[in-house]
Design a protein around this ligand. Structure first.
Ligand code: TAP
Length: 487
């Protein structure tokens, strides 16, 4: 297991020699002591990336893409190991890391590997005598700061488009979950990525992350995490006016209408909130039920939620693992008191499981709370297996509630009415809308939000655009150009 920083193609200790323990949230045992990057290490990483940039950015795009394809194959070949490492570091059930996280990481790198040589410029029809064309150029050194909820997948979401477009990368994983990112760096070295193209600097957000966002030799900072930290990143980026891309929190509205297929809606809504212990920015954390089906839906939903199997993430029977840390578990549980104080009712869960085998871990039972749309639990991102439920009577009321937060990342609806479905897709203030499904993600489909959910898009051609800047080139092809000054 790699536990050092990855700078200029080598694993090295931090300049300060400091390390930080990374824990297994199943029992809070120490998995590894990981080197902790400080400012001097970030400087070294940025310098290495700068040095690698001229060659990497001018390499044939197809060759860059080929390296990403080789990396995807290496991820597939090491799927079991990566999945287990991700499960012990994050608490995700192995059935998910094996079936979703690891294969999706390979697929996303593969998608961007194929995309590397598809990024075309354009010729613009300007006035006679001139040729004007537009180039898409890489930005240079890109800083990337990622959170702890999907660290393995985020390597591909962040590094895939950045590298395909010809940038060099300095990535800071979350202090809680650095292990699979370091393993990916090792695989990159093995498949032949040149030194300095990718650098990984685990460390504290307030130190290494903040400094990366401030750094004047970094041309862009891409961030996934909380809205509060996103705002800090924007301020830090002002030093050299670097490009900023923000994928922040969410409070997804998941609306079930009275004509919905209830079997599908109950199942899909449980997946929307309980998958990955609810630690997903796109979680369907607000469930809006039409009052005509609310009782029947709730009856079935509560039964399903209560039956979800909690346990050691490495057990393939486990459907829900622990949250990422004790601090986060306590924060999630504290929202039950917040709900009660505002008149909400905890219908299910709201506590750690009684099971003695899980007592040392960061577990929280699936939690369902009845609350009003303006209550804090319906407005703030809880980021756990915690769903707030409210009812509505009309389409207008449902839309007003759905749009009634400052977030706007993802939202969904369950209905058989085609016209209503498309009307809501149009009117929901949200970067993504799912109709009769929830939380669908694909490397080709743009991912990102509006409002306090951030700006910029990951995935697809949109992501390639985010990691490039445009240059307009004018060529005088008419030898007899008249001078502006006639003297
Ligand atoms: P954040 O503080 O946003 O952490 C995300 C990343 O930003 C981590 O790598 C963190 O580093 C780093 N970071 C922290 N302060 C920074 C700074 N000043 N400059 C640059 N980088 C900085 O999230 P959190 O504290 O772990 O979680 C708090 C809440 O954020 C959660 O409860 C949830 O509501 C939300 N959250 C949202 C997402 C998504 S996907 N939108 C993901 C995680 C959390 P360290 O962790 O190493 O300190």
């Amino acid at each position: 297991m790699q536990d050092q920083l990855f700078i200029n193609g080598r694993f090295v200790d931090a300049e300060s020699g400091e390390t930080l323990a990374t824990l297994n949230p199943h029992d809070n045992s120490v998995i590894a002591e990981v080197a902790m990057a400080g400012k001097a290490d970030v400087d070294k990483a940025v310098k290495a990336a700068q040095a690698a940039f001229p060659k990497w950015s001018r390499m044939a795009a197809m060759e860059r893409g080929h390296l990403l394809l080789k990396l995807s194959d290496a991820i597939d070949a090491n799927r079991q190991e990566l999945a287990e490492l991700e499960s012990i570091d994050t608490g995700h059930p192995l059935r998910d890391t094996l079936g979703l996280d690891a294969p999706r990481t390979a697929v996303t790198f593969r998608y961007f590997g194929g995309m590397a040589d598809k990024l075309e410029g354009t010729v613009i029809p300007v006035e006679e005598g001139f040729l004007n064309y537009m180039l898409r150029e890489p930005v240079g050194v890109v800083g990337q700061v990622v959170p702890w909820n999907f660290p393995l997948m985020f390597t591909s979401w962040k590094m895939g488009p950045a590298l395909a477009a010809g940038n060099c990368v300095v990535l800071k994983p979350a202090e809680l979950t650095p292990l699979t990112t370091l393993r990916i760096a090792e695989l990159m070295a093995e498949v032949g990525f040149p030194e300095g193209v990718v650098n990984i600097v685990p460390g504290l957000g307030s130190v290494a992350g903040q400094y990366l966002a401030e750094h004047s030799d970094v041309g862009k900072i891409a961030f996934t995490g909380s809205t509060a930290t996103g705002k800090r990143i924007v301020q830090a980026s002002s030093e050299n006016l670097k490009k900023v891309q923000l994928e922040l929190g969410g409070k997804g509205a998941n609306i079930v209408f009275n004509d919905a297929n209830l079997d599908a809606a109950v199942n899909g809504s449980a997946f929307a909130i309980f998958h990955n212990q609810g630690q997903a920015c796109i979680a369907g954390s607000r469930l809006l039920l039409h009052e005509a089906i609310a009782d029947e839906f709730l009856d079935r939903f509560l039964k399903l939620a209560a039956s979800i199997r909690l346990g050691n993430p490495l057990d393939l029977q486990t459907e829900m693992g622990p949250l990422t840390s004790r601090m986060h578990r306590d924060r999630v549980l504290s929202y039950c008191d917040v709900a009660r104080a505002e008149g909400g009712r905890v219908l299910l869960g709201g506590k750690a499981p009684d099971n003695a085998e899980l007592a040392e871990g960061c577990y929280v039972l699936p939690t369902v709370v009845k609350a009003s749309p303006l209550d804090r639990v319906s407005q703030e991102e809880v980021f756990g297996p915690f769903v707030s439920i409210t009812t509505f009577r009309s389409d207008e009321e449902a839309l007003a509630i759905a749009n009634g937060t400052q977030y706007g990342l993802g939202g969904g609806l369950w209905t058989r009415d085609l016209q209503r479905a498309h009307k809501f897709a149009r009117d929901m203030k949200s970067g993504m809308v799912w109709i009769n499904c929830y939380k669908r993600v694909n490397p080709g489909s743009p991912f990102g939000g509006v409002g306090l959910s951030g700006y910029g898009r990951e995935m697809g051609f949109e992501a390639m655009r985010e990691y490039t800047q445009v240059k307009s080139v004018w060529v005088n092809i008419d030898a007899d150009m008249r001078p502006y000054y006639s003297r």
